[in-house]
Design a protein around this ligand. Structure first.
Ligand SMILES: [Fe+2]
Ligand SMILES: [Fe+2]
Length: 324
């Protein structure tokens, strides 16, 4: 089958280039210095609460502490998701397969991804240690409800029939690797290019750009290798997975956490978070197919070829993820 050999060729090339391209294989790590920790670490543009009058009134020290907390929470989520979700799913793909044939070269690529991700978690944890040492700031909550990718995986596993368990896990892995990237990119564009946070995120991005393409091709390959019954069943899981990313966790809750951290009581924190988010983004929820933070996941839907399958296209249109 020509497609299969294309994928195999791509994976062989990927393995040849991994040595030169992976940050874990050729770049020294970037650390957070005491001097750098005195500057603003997280992109202020992504924290609408900073513009709220009651927050501005708290002064520059509170602003610095709030942004340091946001950075810590971000890094903690990276540290957890990279190993608990991505590394774990990559290794399961290698040892347990995907309910469809996957070439050995592609399994080897999955092992390189798990290596990259464990390294990203290492760098993130090291950053957290440096952050606490230099600023005293610790990260915010990291329960399952704070990380939609964990809730999404659990939601799919609850629904997937046993004969589809491996394909369903692989689908979640492909989406997770075409979701986080978008968020990281948003951060990278808005931070000081010389700051350690920016450098760490940029190095991380170099790896994620490669991963993203690999998982687009893997999803297409697995999808093509499934029989019709499994393909239809997997297609039905896709909108449930996308929906679960919306309902788990909450932007408002994460903003309220930052406000409590700088001394607001719980009720005031929730009110300010709500007012600031409404002022920045309005109160109307955009249509699913136009949601900014889902853009990368929806790109995967486009390029994976699943929309060429009429029942899957229909279920995605009915659920509002794809325009008719
Ligand atoms: Fe990563
Ligand atoms: Fe990745």
């Amino acid at each position: 089958m020509p497609l299969e050999s294309d994928f195999d060729d791509y994976c062989r090339r990927y393995l040849e280039q991994w040595e030169k391209r992976a940050t874990v294989r050729h770049l020294p790590r970037t650390r957070l210095s005491a001097e750098a920790a005195r500057h603003e670490l997280f992109p202020a543009a992504l924290q609408p609460i900073l513009k709220h009058a009651e927050v501005v009134a708290r002064g520059p020290e509170a602003r610095h502490r709030l942004l340091a907390r946001a950075t810590g929470t971000f890094m903690l989520h990276v540290a957890i998701l990279e190993v608990d979700v991505i590394t774990d799913l990559c290794i399961r793909l290698v040892t347990k397969g995907a309910d469809a044939p996957v070439p050995e070269s592609a399994l080897q690529v999955a092992l390189t991804v798990s290596t990259d991700e464990a390294y990203h978690a290492y760098v993130a944890r090291e950053f957290l240690g440096d952050l606490e040492k230099h600023t005293g700031v610790v990260p915010g909550p990291a329960g399952d409800s704070d990380m939609p990718l964990i809730g999404g995986l659990a939601a799919v596993r609850r629904r997937a029939p046993p004969e589809l368990a491996r394909a369903a896990d692989t689908m979640v892995l492909c989406f997770a690797e075409n979701f986080v990237t978008e968020e990281l990119f948003g951060l990278s564009k808005e931070t000081d290019p010389e700051g350690p946070f920016h450098i760490i995120v940029r190095e991380h991005m170099m790896d994620e750009g490669r991963h993203q393409i690999y998982f687009q091709k893997l999803f297409r390959h697995v999808w093509d290798g499934l029989d019709e019954a499994r393909r239809t069943a997997l297609g039905r899981l896709v909108p449930h997975y996308l929906d679960s990313l919306l309902t788990a966790g909450g932007y408002e809750a994460s903003q309220a956490d930052l406000l409590r951290y700088i001394g607001f009581d719980g009720e005031t924190a929730t009110r300010i978070a709500r007012e600031a988010i409404a002022a920045a983004y309005g109160t109307e929820r955009p249509a699913k197919s136009t949601m900014k933070f889902m853009r990368n996941a929806l790109h995967l839907v486009e390029v994976s070829g699943i929309l060429e399958h009429p029942p899957t296209r229909q279920t995605l249109v009915e659920s509002g993820w794809v325009d008719a």
